[in-house]
Design a protein around this ligand. Structure first.
Ligand SMILES: Nc1nc2c(ncn2[C@@H]2O[C@H](COP(=O)(O)OP(=O)(O)OP(=O)(O)O)[C@@H](O)[C@H]2O)c(=O)[nH]1
Length: 336
């Protein structure tokens, strides 16, 4: 891509042109080296126009109703004149080829709305790679003028932590009843939640939802809050009927006000950016390490040695790291 194309693409994104935005996100999702350079140039151009959106993370077990909830909340926000973008982080799609969040039939109404932009998870690479591209996609949708970005993930491994790390507020959506174990909610995920939302508080499930809300509120009180400024809350909604959604949005705004007392959004974003920097360093180091010629040559023997209990992992790792750093192995050279 030439400088001229990048400028045109950046201008399109900044003008809020959805096709340019979609193309720009495809570019940042590409792993080709020349695309990566173009993506970085593009991001550098739009960077001054980023950072203005409300960045929300959302997770919940399959079936909790994340898509119904996002459609309902998104619809409400659009009616208030806001523009909303939804990005998915779904490492399962990378691992299995099948995707939990990526199928195109989700959030159809929202996806068709000109004030919304719905993007499924990038489907290649490990969580680290998916997270990098989602962070960059978030910058692009902000540059395109979206007011609210929801980064959605499903409870697989580390993805919640990753999403909580790149957003300002983390929402956990649950079904009524069932208890933690039944819903597969790990304690660690509860600890990330700024807001626990019990969905499906309607019809036959209304009473169960009310009980669950009280249970989760009690559970949250047992946990140490993530920040001094905000005490996590539990509430119930019906995404189907659209009830409780104003309360959710009021909590989002209360959370924004609350963090202002701790140095504000700027401090939070600065911490996120630092954490992003380190994530990039870790990713980049790992990529370079694995691509390093002498490391790649020595790696199988090191793996065999530790697997056969003939080598100490710490020592083998140090030997590989020395190779990577270009130091001679000296007397520690492998002879076997
Ligand atoms: N009664 C009731 N059912 C709901 C509500 N929200 C979602 N559901 C139902 O729960 C089921 C799962 O909802 P979806 O939004 O499709 O969620 P999903 O895609 O299965 O699961 P996610 O991965 O969480 O999005 C569907 O049958 C929905 O109709 C609600 O507020 N009340």
């Amino acid at each position: 891509m030439s400088d001229l194309d990048e400028k045109a693409l950046a201008d399109g994104v900044l003008a809020g042109d959805r096709r340019a935005l979609a193309r720009a996100i495809t570019l940042v999702e590409s792993t080709r080296a020349d695309h990566r350079r173009a993506a970085e140039a593009l991001l550098a151009r739009v960077l001054p126009q980023t950072g203005r959106a409300v960045r929300l993370g959302l997770s919940g077990p399959p079936g909790a109703g994340k898509s119904t909830f996002i459609e309902a909340l998104g619809g409400m926000l659009i009616a208030q004149g806001k523009r909303i973008a939804v990005l998915a982080v779904d490492p399962s799609s990378a691992r299995s080829g099948g995707s939990i969040l990526g199928d195109k039939t989700r959030m159809e109404t929202l996806a068709r709305d000109p004030a919304a932009f719905v993007r499924p998870s990038p489907s290649a690479g490990q969580l680290g790679g998916v997270a990098r591209r989602t962070r960059e996609a978030m910058l692009l949708v902000e540059a395109a003028g979206f007011d609210v970005v929801i980064v959605e993930t499903v409870g697989v491994g580390q993805s919640e932590t990753t999403v909580a790390d790149m957003t300002d507020m983390f929402l956990l959506l649950l079904s009524p009843g069932g208890g933690d174990e039944l819903q597969g909610i790990k304690r660690g995920i509860m600890e990330l939640a700024d807001l626990v939302i019990v969905n499906k508080a309607d019809g036959d499930l209304e009473a169960a939802a009310k009980r669950s809300e009280a249970d989760y509120a009690a559970a949250l009180r047992m946990l140490r809050p993530r920040t001094a400024e905000w005490t996590p809350r539990a509430m119930r909604v019906s995404s189907l009927k659209g009830t409780g959604l104003e309360d959710v949005w009021a909590a989002v705004e209360a959370h924004r006000d609350a963090i202002a007392s701790g140095g504000g959004l700027a401090a939070l974003r600065a911490a996120q950016a630092k954490s992003w920097l380190w994530a990039e360093i870790r990713e980049g180091l790992m990529e370079r390490f694995q691509a390093h010629e002498s490391v790649a040559a020595a790696l199988p023997a090191a793996e065999r040695a530790v697997a056969g209990a003939r080598g100490l992992p710490a020592e083998e790792a140090r030997r590989l790291l020395d190779l990577f750093a270009g130091e001679s192995g000296g007397e520690t050279d492998r002879t076997s």
